[in-house]
Design a protein around this ligand. Sequence first.
Ligand SMILES: N[C@@H](CCC(=O)N[C@@H](CS)C(=O)NCC(=O)O)C(=O)O
Length: 236
Amino acid sequence: MSSLFRKLTPKSQKGTITLTYFKFRGICLPIKMMLEWLEVPYDYQHYYMGEGPKFDLSDWVTDKQTLGIDFANLPFYTEGGMRLAESFAILRHIARSSRMFYPKTDEEERACDVAQGATQDFRTAVIDVAYNSNYREAKDNFVANLSTTLGNFERVLASRQWLTGNKMMYVDFVFADVLDWLELMEPGCLDVIPNVKLYYVRFEGQPQVVRYKRSDKYYKFPVMSRKAAWGGEPVL
Ligand SMILES: N[C@@H](CCC(=O)N[C@@H](CS)C(=O)NCC(=O)O)C(=O)O
């Protein structure tokens, strides 16, 4: 654990950090994974999404106006009096505070910026598939084109362990989790892109990842909200 986090979260102040989202993995799991990796104590809170066809979100919609968070969204993160929205901003804050998984040089920073943009595009594309009303066809097309869609990732991972080099960065937590969604959607689909597959296996094999995934805090499903065509079940 970094010295900053040690200072912020001694046992007596457990609960100083809260992470708020829903009761599904969504875009929040990489944040949980990083906190778990760093052994930073945090409280997890969630909003409730009602059943379809309404998918009522009124608790969140009401709170959103009054939380006093710039660009309020889910997930959001609090640390003492500090409140932060945006999943990448939260990850970057944790990475920066812990002095792990964060760029140290201009060159590393540029590499992270680029990898973050590419990862965001990829994450959005996979979410679009999961929410597509014609899910099966969308998923089959996506999987059929995977080696093209992930061509840039396959090329950079030919010569490095992680997205930006041989050091794991915050962006790896997101990319690896989206790969995990895909492996759940269509087991074995990463086999056509061996460098990406090796990367995924490498991430999943990290002792900190194994520890979290074996813990009772982790669940494989639901990956998406109950509104999704794929990954919304079982509803917790
Ligand atoms: N760019 C935002 C996207 C956040 C987002 O779309 N959150 C969804 C759940 S995955 C949500 O329901 N947000 C609540 C809202 O839009 O009010 C991030 O990366 O955090």
